[in-house]
Design a protein around this ligand. Structure first.
Ligand SMILES: CC(C)(COP(=O)(O)OP(=O)(O)OC[C@H]1O[C@@H](n2cnc3c(N)ncnc32)[C@H](O)[C@@H]1OP(=O)(O)O)[C@@H](O)C(=O)NCCC(=O)NCCS
Length: 190
């Protein structure tokens, strides 16, 4: 299935609820419905979220599924991040969209809290990130991942990392794993 553009509706307090483009919550339906469990919402991250972003990503940095990010880096780029917030205020997932050019952006730092995995949080975060890329007019979104099957579910296809020199210059050139990289490059054309 390809990643679908979701309409993100402002609720007036800076948050957004996700409206599925099909079925319940489609444009024109009055009450926005989040597909997340318990009506959680996806919203832009703020500086106050940075410690939680660090906690969400830490277990996957430890396993090598995510690259480490410093507090400084997270603060500088916090506007690139979306977070999934449960009704109790807990953040249960995050992800970022790094824009390289008009043509290319990368989904990075995608993490779902272990006890929430498999409940659709990753999918709605991805769909919101892809919708953001699409609304910015970006032509394609790439990801480097050890979980290509998850991305395939969202319509991404395999690609060659060498086709994305901006990514290679930005990160791979200074990555400690550059000579033993086990990440798979996937891309979604928008
Ligand atoms: C990968 C990750 C973000 C997926 O998030 P999630 O919330 O568990 O995924 P979802 O529940 O939204 O799953 C969406 C679909 O992908 C599938 N899926 C999820 N993880 C998968 C995996 N590792 N392999 C294959 N399929 C997977 C689900 O079965 C589901 O399919 P369905 O719609 O047919 O039922 C999450 O497991 C995670 O945080 N992993 C650790 C960090 C990481 O590896 N991040 C990606 C780095 S680029």
């Amino acid at each position: 299935m390809s990643a679908l553009p979701l309409n993100i509706g402002e609720t007036g307090d800076g948050r957004s609820t996700l409206r599925s483009p099909h079925g319940v919550g489609a444009p024109g339906v009055t009450s926005p419905v989040s597909p997340l469990p318990g009506e959680a919402v996806v919203r832009g991250a703020t500086l106050l979220d940075v410690p939680t972003l660090e906690s969400l990503m830490a277990p996957y940095v430890a396993t090598g599924d995510l690259l480490p990010r410093s507090n400084y880096d997270l603060c500088r780029h916090v506007k690139e991040y979306l977070v999934a917030e449960a009704p109790d205020g807990d953040l249960v997932g995050c992800g970022s969209l790094k824009i390289y050019s008009r043509d290319l952006a990368e989904v990075a730092g995608l993490a779902v809290r272990a006890d929430q995995q498999g409940t659709g949080v990753g999918r709605v975060l991805m769909e919101a990130l892809v919708a953001e890329a699409r609304s910015s007019g970006i032509a394609e979104v790439l990801a480097l991942t050890r979980k290509p099957a998850f991305f395939h579910k969202l319509g991404f296809v395999l690609a060659e990392k060498g086709h994305f020199p901006l990514k290679v210059w930005a990160d791979c050139a200074r990555c400690p794993r550059q000579n033993c990289c086990d990440e798979i490059t996937v891309v979604l054309k928008l």
